[in-house]
Design a protein around this ligand. Sequence first.
Ligand SMILES: NC(=O)c1ccc[n+]([C@@H]2O[C@H](COP(=O)([O-])OP(=O)(O)OC[C@H]3O[C@@H](n4cnc5c(N)ncnc54)[C@H](O)[C@@H]3O)[C@@H](O)[C@H]2O)c1
Length: 309
Amino acid sequence: MRNILVTGGAGFIGSNLTLELQARYPEARIVVVDDFRSGDFKNLRGFRGDVVAGDVSRLDWAEQFGDRVFDGIFHLASITDTTVHDQFLQVHDNVEGFRRLLAFAEPNQTPVVYASSAATYGMAGGKQVEDQAPAPANVYAFSKVQLDNLAREQAARNPAWRMVGLRYFNVYGPREVHKKAAASMIYQLYLQMKAGKRPRVFRAGEHCRDFVYVKDVVALTIRAATAPRSGVFNCGSGVAISFNEVIAALNGCLGTALEAEYMDNPFAHFYQSFTQADMGRARAELDFTPAWTPALGIADYVRSLEAQS
Ligand SMILES: NC(=O)c1ccc[n+]([C@@H]2O[C@H](COP(=O)([O-])OP(=O)(O)OC[C@H]3O[C@@H](n4cnc5c(N)ncnc54)[C@H](O)[C@@H]3O)[C@@H](O)[C@H]2O)c1
C-alpha cells in the first residue's frame, strides 16, 4: 500500500493503526483525517505523514483530495461515547461521514475498511454471530447499524468493490488514556487499583465481556483491507471473561489483593450482560486468529502502563 487514508487517526484504535501502517509500509503516504473531538495529537507522536483537521461528515472530500487515489481507506472516525444520546448528532456525524467517504471512494472503488461495533448486537446473549439480526440498544449502536446497511447496499450494487465492516468488541490497550470515562474498563480498573482503591464494578461482577487487545484489532483491521469479499466480520478475542476475572488478572499483574466493591447498575435497561465474538468467519475467510488471550493482553498492557508511570 502506497497511499493510505485513516479517519479517526488521532483516536485510540486509529493512532495504533496509523503507527503500525507507518511501520509496515515505511514508503507509504499516509493521511489522517480527524476533527479531534475525542482524539488527541499526543497519540500521533512519531507520525511522519499528513494530518487533515476536518469533520468527515462536513468535509468536501473532492475539494480536499482532488483526484488523489488511495490504495486503502480505514474509516474509524466516529462519536465513540455511547452515552451521547443526542440522536441527530450521533446519526448525522457517524452516518453522513461514512456516506460522504463512500461517495469519494466509489469512482476508484478504493477498498474501505470501517469500524462497526459489537454494540449492534444489543442485549442478545450468547456468542454473537455476524448474521444475527441487529438489535441496537442506543443511538450510537443504531448509527453503526446504518453503516453496515449502507455498505451492504453499496456492495450489492458494486460486487467488485470491497467494503469490510469490523464489529469491534471491547478494545483495550495503549493510547486510550484520552478517552477518560469512555476508556476500557480494564484501564479504569487498573487506575483505581494502582491508586490503592478497591475496584468498583456493577453487582456482582459477573457481567462478561469479550475484551480484545488493540494489537489484535490493528492486525485484523489491516488484514481486512485485502479481504476477498465485502461483508462484516467480528473483531474480538473470541473469549468472554467476567469483571471479577479482570480484577483477578490485574491483581496478579500488580501484585495486589484488592477485592471488588460492587455497586448498582444505573444503565441496566441498555447494558449488555454478556458479549463474546464468534471469530469463525474471520478465521475462515481472513485467516485471522487472535494472538492475545485476555490474560496475555492484560499483562502486556499493564507492563506498558507501568513502564510509563
Ligand atoms: N474502543 C472500542 O472498544 C470500540 C468498540 C467498538 C467500536 N469502536 C469503533 O472504533 C472506532 C475507533 O474508536 P476509538 O476507541 O479509537 O475511539 P476514539 O474516540 O479514541 O477515536 C475516534 C476518533 O474519531 C475522531 N472523530 C470523531 N468524529 C469525527 C468526525 N465526524 N470527523 C473526524 N474525526 C472524528 C475523534 O476525534 C477520535 O480521534 C470508532 O468508530 C468506534 O465507534 C471502538
